[in-house]
Ligand binder design. Structure first.
Ligand code: PGA
Length: 221
């Protein structure tokens, strides 16, 4: 397989967004009169979009209540809009990897289950130094990951076949998305989930540091 491009997950892969998402979600829960969670719990709540996050974070008796979920989603939108750049940082080594991709003219893209508006804001603010051929968050009317629809759309925008793309992500959802799209599924060990989860969901490789992505590209060049 010849690899010519890299598609990135956002939360837990390029950006450590845990604290800003967790704090905003806890505030949304509290506004609704629900108990909050330790920030670390959000490692398991994040990954399938905001509605699923609240279905996981709400107490069992409220998790099936559409109005409760929707109320939290709305509140989160307002609170995260005010708090998305408080503690969020690039993971160590991401800047060096993106520099290397740019200097080799290897196209890069972002495919996230984060709401599209926040995906764009975060990429424009934190990752403005690098060119991305495509940036896609979760959009109304487009099936979210692990459905491969977004991955196919990203591949088309990058001008590559899915089989020419390495997809780097930090959750089972990312590994399943890559496999369903026919991309090379690579797990980021520094992200939100344990590497056992990534292996169990089809990671072809696990990288301990971002720069190791270059080694995988080199052996598949
Ligand atoms: O915010 C989420 O639920 C997931 O976002 P990600 O796809 O970038 O990990």
């Amino acid at each position: 397989m010849q690899l010519r491009g890299v598609l990135f997950d956002l939360d837990g892969t390029l950006l450590d967004t845990l604290e800003d998402i967790g704090r905003s979600a806890n505030q949304a829960l509290q506004e609704g009169g629900f108990p909050s969670h330790p920030i670390a719990s959000y490692r398991h709540f994040i990954g399938d979009g905001v509605a699923v996050l609240f279905r996981r974070a709400l107490p069992p008796e409220a998790a099936g209540d559409l109005q409760a979920v929707e109320g939290c989603v709305q509140a989160f939108g307002r609170l995260y809009d005010a708090g998305w750049r408080t503690a969020t940082r690039l993971y160590p080594g991401i800047a060096e990897l993106l520099d290397a991709l740019r200097s080799r003219s290897i196209p890069a893209g972002v495919l996230s289950n984060k709401p599209d508006v926040f995906t764009r804001k975060c990429v424009e603010y934190y990752l403005a130094a690098w060119p991305f051929s495509v940036v896609l968050g979760q959009r109304e009317g487009v099936a979210r990951k692990p459905d491969p629809a977004g991955a196919f759309e990203a591949a088309e925008s990058m001008g590559l076949a899915p089989s020419e793309i390495l997809y780097l992500g930090d959750t089972s959802v990312d590994m399943m998305t890559a496999r369903r799209a026919g991309m090379l599924a690579v797990g980021a060990a520094w992200g939100f989930r344990p590497i056992e989860e990534l292996r169990a969901h089809g990671a072809s490789a696990i990288v301990a540091a971002p720069i190791e992505v270059l080694d995988i590209l080199d052996v598949n060049a």
